[in-house]
Design a protein around this ligand. Structure first.
Ligand code: BES
Ligand code: MN
Ligand code: MN
Length: 462
């Protein structure tokens, strides 16, 4: 595209500065004490869409945080791209593990990013990646090269389950009508190995509570004579995987789609070093379901993990006590065809069934969502592949992702269009962790690749 390189070059510093201003807003959707900041981030996004050339920008109120909608419709005969992203972020804790404050963005050089990376909560997930689309739009409108219609829908509740977005989508199918949905909220294989995410896992998230005696007890007077909820919970959790690391919940695998040997062989071609993987995490062995590779375990196979467990005394020193209650938060990553509500129910039934006498068990479901897979013989995929080929010099590799963006399955159901997941993050970006960052290389590559997607998609579609 005309002027893409020079435009990028002469505006680089400003593109970083503007993203910094967005990153400074602690828009943590999960923590109600930051509600004001979440609204502030919505205003920021709305303003930046206006500046970037949208003709209409609306802040659509919901029962929760607003959805920012913007559009620039140039010709009804041309295709329409719907861009989705989120301006909310995960909490920053544990804050003491950040090298610099999470909401005071800085650029630091790292071994992987000698040209620098932006460190801040949301730098990659998803403010940095979402903002690439805003800047790409700015480039196209200001150089008069927007080739098609565009709609933006940027939400503030992705990290808490997108509940209100689901209603918004269902109630606004005409407004949101599009030919393809474009999202940058995933990753790619490596800096020099672009990839397109062709699948996302579904999610079932539950909280369990095990109750024993009606009050905390002296662990000497009562120890050994009544069921200890923490001991019981630990044991129950331990039975959820067998010796091959298969999940033991009856019916859990019934709908899991097994990939053919050809598909698995194709997947195995993606560049991957087990040694580097272990080294990057400082572990001496990997772990997982027998019969599957690491990349299969984290993408095409369903999993079950405890995300948090608590109960009893965890303060300083020792307190001799048998707690009345023990708790855990458990996530199950699902593959397409597994229905998350059905899996939640299977979990609940099983977990209640395995509770020994002497305790009661309560299972409370949290948010969840369905998985997603997309074929690679679509116009959208081809256009994305051509765009990457131009900017990286190499064709992208299709790759199923392990994370979840539950709303994507709903987009397909309600809006009847495919989603192209053009992620520019890296696994090492530490999203949801302390010291989250996003390489300047990745940020600029995204801004450079997106307009080419618009161009090729329009060409291929018409
Ligand atoms: N952007 C992530 C999802 C993601 C990251 C997918 C990397 C693939 C690769 C998204 O913001 C996220 O964190 N999703 C949550 C689920 C949501 C319901 C809280 C997740 O995957 O845990
Ligand atoms: Mn995200
Ligand atoms: Mn996230």
């Amino acid at each position: 595209m005309n002027l893409l390189q020079p435009y990028l070059k002469s505006n680089k510093d400003r593109f970083v500065q503007e993203l910094f201003n967005l990153l400074k807003i602690p828009s943590i959707s999960a923590d109600s004490s930051y509600a004001k900041d979440v609204y502030k981030a919505a205003d920021f996004v709305a303003d930046s869409l206006k500046t970037a050339g949208c003709d209409t920008v609306e802040i659509c109120q919901t029962k929760g945080f607003p959805i920012v909608y913007g559009e620039k419709l140039i010709d009804p005969k041309l295709p329409t791209i719907l861009v989705y992203g989120h301006y909310d972020v995960q909490p920053a804790d544990p804050i003491e593990l950040w090298d610099a404050p999470a909401f005071e963005p800085i650029i630091k050089k790292t071994e992987l990013h000698p040209e620098g990376a932006i460190f801040a909560r949301g730098a990659c997930d998803d403010k940095g990646q979402m903002f690439m689309h805003v800047k790409a739009l700015e480039f196209m409108t200001s150089t008069d090269q927007l080739p098609c219609n565009v709609k933006f829908m940027i939400e503030g509740e992705e990290e808490v389950g997108s509940e209100n977005l689901a209603d918004f989508v269902k109630n606004n199918t005409t407004k949101l009508k599009n030919d393809v949905i474009l999202i940058s909220d995933t990753g790619m294989i490596a800096k020099d190995t672009p990839s397109i995410t062709t699948g996302l896992r579904g999610l079932s998230y539950v909280e369990v509570e095990v109750t024993g005696p009606n009050r905390d007890l002296h662990s000497g007077i009562y120890g050994g004579a009544v069921a200890n909820p923490i001991n019981v919970l630990a044991k129950m959790i331990a039975t959820l995987h067998d010796e091959n690391n298969h999940i033991t919940i009856p019916g859990f695998y019934d709908k899991v789609e097994e990939l053919s040997e050809e598909e698995r062989a194709e997947m195995a071609k993606a560049p991957f070093s087990l040694e580097d993987y272990k080294d990057s995490l400082k572990i001496n062995a990997v772990h997982g379901e027998k019969g599957y590779s690491t990349n299969e375990r984290n993408s095409i196979r369903p999993t079950l993990d405890v995300n948090g467990i608590w109960g009893g005394y965890t303060g300083e020193g020792a307190k001799t006590v048998i707690a009345s209650k023990a708790y855990a938060k458990i996530s199950m990553r699902l593959v397409p065809n597994q229905d998350y509500e059905e899996i939640t129910l299977l979990f609940k039934t099983h977990f209640e069934n395995i509770a020994p006498k002497g305790v009661t068990v309560k299972v409370t479901p949290h948010h969840g969502g369905q998985g997603y897979v997309t074929p690679i013989d679509t116009v959208g995929y081809k256009a994305a592949a051509m765009a990457y080929k131009d900017t990286f010099g190499t064709a992208p590799i299709p790759q199923r992702g392990g994370g979840s963006i539950p709303i994507v399955a709903l987009f397909e159901k309600e809006l009847k269009s495919k989603t192209i997941l053009m992620g520019f993050g890296l696994d090492s970006d530490a999203i949801h962790s302390p010291n989250e960052h996003f390489g300047l290389f990745n940020y600029f590559k995204g801004i450079e690749t997106i307009p080419l997607f618009y161009k090729y998609f329009t060409e291929l579609q018409s």
